[in-house]
Design a protein around this ligand. Sequence first.
Ligand code: MSP
Length: 517
Amino acid sequence: MSQKRTFYITTPIYYVNDKPHIGHAYTTVACDTLARFMRLDGVDVRFLTGTDEHGQKVEKSAAAAGLSPQAFTDKVSQNFRDLAARMKFSNDDFIRTTEPRHEAATQALWKRLEERGHIYLGGYQGWYSVRDEAFFTETELTKGPNGEKLAPTGAPVEWVEEPSYFFRLSAWQEPLLKFYEENPGFIMPTARRNEVLSFVKGGLQDLSISRTSFKWGIPVPGNPDHIMYVWLDALTNYITALGFPDENAVLYREFWPADLHMVGKDILRFHAVYWPAFLMAAGLQPPKRVFAHGWWTNEGQKISKSLGNVIDPYDLIEEFGLDQTRYFLLREVPFGSDGDFSRRAMIQRKNSELANDYGNLCQRVLSMIGKNCGAAVPQPGAFADDDAEMLKQAGDLLGKVRDALADQAFHEALERIWMVIRAANAYIDRQAPWTLRKTDPARMGTVLYVLAETIRRIAILTQPFMPDASAAILDQVAVPADARSFAALERPLTAGTPLPPPQGVFPRHVETEEAPS
Ligand code: MSP
């Protein structure tokens, strides 16, 4: 058996009731960055995303569009695949819950739960929110402006009374609390963990896991009048994609339990309470971590279709660039907190951090080398203290970025990288190679070598965040394709290697029209 470390990371599967927006892009950018980082770090990665295609919400959207649910989901699911291609997501698989492999896995999980006595038939009476696809108790509800009952998320609720199968969730309160205690890193960030703990400590009610009042879902084995609750169906995707119910499937053996389910804070309860309870009840291992990230607002306002302020990821990429968009999403907010999208902040980061800090560093160094060192990696002389210090800072960077990403602290990882970029800009100003050109050309060669080597290390580390720009920079310092992994960080540039003519990688943002106020 291979000893290679494995890493299984998943995005939520996205509802196909609508086209992709910034929230979907955000979760997947975060996962893609981690997946790329781990691959470069020599880890065997499996990265899964996909679409959640059943349930009342999708059925209603299909009807509104005048299409059959299947035709509708085929169309909308394709939008998510297109976005994945446009954003260069490196997912290894894309699952759709309408695929036969998924129906088989979900029914197998159901049967296991039933055989083990965790499911019983009863009747459900209570409130249901189609938008959340979730049940709520009377006490959880709030009142809207006209006195109407609303889910805690603000979504409308409807009264549901129908026969239903139940999962004995109430029996899992103590086992779950024990599991959380033994696995303190299971729910991140800590504030979210505390919310889940107090929810579970408050007592768990049995969970309704089937519906009879509509048809768009996976039939309950042995009783096709019932279809499965869309969350039981959806959560199972994470094991379907590894070959479940075949627990001997290669992928399942290698990658389950998942290392990280990345989710938004709104769907944490499903992943951190219901999902481990289902799995433990079925005799399967729960995932190792669920990370709940925050929500984006748009210029300070909640994003919603009715306000007409939904941010389309295609528009962002079109206007600001793909790498710039990926950078902004991961840099603007501490991962886990809520964040606000504003054009001003986006333009500010694009211009000052990407164009000025990173872009200018590369441009200044590479054009000096092009003009003064025969367009080849310069020959360094003995390193002075300042040179050694610069190289050490660049050399220490991988460990720092790795530590930050082990906690999903993307913003911190980027800040670490930028500390070195800023240090390199300060070093070039201090050493003034443009003056050395006349006074001490050999010394100029050493300084430019140190800088080119620093740029090489930085660009290797920015690959997971900004794949295209980083590749362009690595091309410009002539790093071969097989020398771009983290193991290759220790293969310094060879003096004399010819370099291509330098080209700007991070353009400044120029306003083409009046910015909307
Ligand atoms: N289908 C379920 C997930 C099932 S996983 C087994 C679902 N889908 S969703 O399409 O509604 O949402 C997917 C993700 O988008 C969630 O993680 C949610 O938090 C995220 N976002 C939706 N709007 C968002 C913002 N405005 N900001 C950040 N993320 C947001 O839930």
